[in-house]
Design a binder for this molecule. Structure first.
Ligand code: ATP
Length: 237
């Protein structure tokens, strides 16, 4: 049987926590370290081992057996000095693979000078992913459920208009689940506004198979991103 990969995540802020949890989800053994006890407590029982310690304290760091790890991720953000010092200590200990979260070009330059080239800028990755998602035609909003699955709001493709949910056959033809339909309706806003009309969005609840798709409908679908992409391409045919 293949051995489990072992990682340590130092700095359990929003980024570090998510990274640690995802690594565990994917089958790795993960040690999490933070100077803040509450961050450590949050991960107790969720990852292999979590410890409260100052990662700039070389004696404590040495006790963790980090040299044997497949990778150590320095996920400290704002505290620039602690991040650099932690990395220097990891080099001193002889950690084979160090990956650094960087927060500024200066930070990156210093790391490069220390021969650390494996760096990540989470904000840049998130921005790129968001841009990619927004470029999927017709996608109005999305919520990532896991690495592969999302719930996405997408404009009903013109080919769907006038058809029933049953006829769309989304589950068989696109491997997607229709969660609900958001119907954009033009409403009279009342006497005071002299009959002015504005768009309001009505949620149709759990759609019935006989529900007919209207031209301004927004479909809320759940599935793999690749299948959502296929559906989005329809609208542009
Ligand atoms: P994020 O941007 O990931 O949400 P944050 O803004 O909460 O994080 P940051 O300053 O970016 O906090 O640091 C990330 C984590 O690193 C924090 O939980 C912080 O307690 C921890 N940290 C900072 N300095 C040290 C240190 N010397 N030793 C261990 N952990 C540290």
């Amino acid at each position: 049987m293949a051995k489990n990969l072992k990682f340590a995540v130092i700095g359990l802020g929003y980024f570090g926590v998510n990274l640690a949890l995802r690594l565990v989800e994917e089958g790795a053994e993960v040690i999490g370290i933070d100077i803040d006890e509450s961050k450590v407590q949050f991960l107790t029982d969720k990852i292999t081992y979590s410890a409260q310690m100052d990662s700039t304290d070389v004696l404590s760091l040495r006790k963790l057996g980090l040299k044997e790890m497949d990778g150590v991720i320095v996920a400290i953000g704002e505290n620039f000095e602690a991040s650099i010092l932690t990395t220097a200590l990891l080099i001193e200990i002889g950690v084979k693979k160090i990956i650094n979260r960087v927060t500024s070009p200066t930070h990156e330059r210093i790391l490069n000078a220390m021969n650390i080239t494996d760096v990540i800028v989470p904000e840049a990755i998130a921005a790129a992913q968001l841009a990619d998602r927004m470029m999927i035609k017709g996608v109005l909003g999305s919520f990532e459920i896991s690495k592969d699955y999302s719930i996405v709001e997408i404009k009903a493709p013109s080919q769907f208009v006038g058809k029933s949910v049953l006829e769309l056959n989304l589950r068989n033809d696109y491997s997607l689940n229709l969660v609900t339909i958001k119907r954009v309706e033009s409403k009279n806003t009342g006497l005071l506004t002299m009959g002015e009309r504005r768009d309001v969005v009505r949620i149709l609840g759990v759609p019935t198979p006989s529900e007919i798709i209207y031209s301004n409908d927004i479909l809320v679908v759940f599935g793999l991103e690749k299948d959502i992409f296929k559906l989005s391409e329809l609208g542009s045919e």
